[in-house]
Ligand binder design. Sequence first.
Ligand code: OGA
Ligand code: MN
Length: 277
Amino acid sequence: MGDLTVNPTGAALGAFVDGVDLSEPLSETDRLYVQGAFWEHSVLVFRHQELTEAQQVVFSRYLCDPVAHPTNVTNVGELPEICIIANVEEDGKAVGALGNSEVTFHADLAFYPTPGTVSVLYAVEAPNNSGHTSWSSGIAAYDALDAQSKDRLEDVRIVYSHRRSDYRSADPVIHPLVCTHPESGRKTLYFSSNHAASVVDEDEAESESLIDRLRSYTAEERFTWTHHWRPGDLVVWDNRSTQHRRSHVDESKRRYMRRTQAVGTPDGALAPQQEDV
Ligand code: OGA
Ligand code: MN
């Protein structure tokens, strides 16, 4: 393997990391370099990787503290930290989550008091003609606001909820919109289009209007970048500074991905239920 290099996509976020074999432990120097690149670019793509579940978990630990997926409890791998995202069925049963569906813009687990922070997705099998994943940068979206809008949005708080009632927390889940990223110190719009329900302290009309505007603003093409998967791709993203979406998957093709994830709060603050401890 050559020396590790980081090659930015040229879009608002994302970089390719080349010259590294993630089945081997990273040196301390490479680890620091990858961590720095991650906080800078929010999404990193490592191509041509051949990884076991255990090696994926080792890699995930360089950037976060992976946990078992809080909702996707049936589609798990051999290791508890691994969940399966796939359109594959065995004996008439889906072996993974999400199937072939299009998935609209979201930040993982935003409907939880401790939402997703870092997510890692590794393609074991993936078609190149469909199931593309796009990310949008909350940092670029914040930076592009004019001073008046930054002011208007500074103290906005959003209530999040999942369509499925069995995924909902007992208490309303509220996260600040403008967050300072705990690792990079950069300001970012933390937003999950898919799960945003209302704005705290706004009447219904203003709440709906602001959420609609945030949905379209954060999805603007200038803030986004799309990845076309190949088997052996490992992508890691930061849910605190990005949203992502996935296009529909061609049902005639197999798509089988392994995922690890970590949870925390968007701004690194203690979650309400932890403050009481
Ligand atoms: C996810 C997700 C996108 C994909 O794992 O959180 O949104 O490309 N997956 O399958
Ligand atoms: Mn997701």
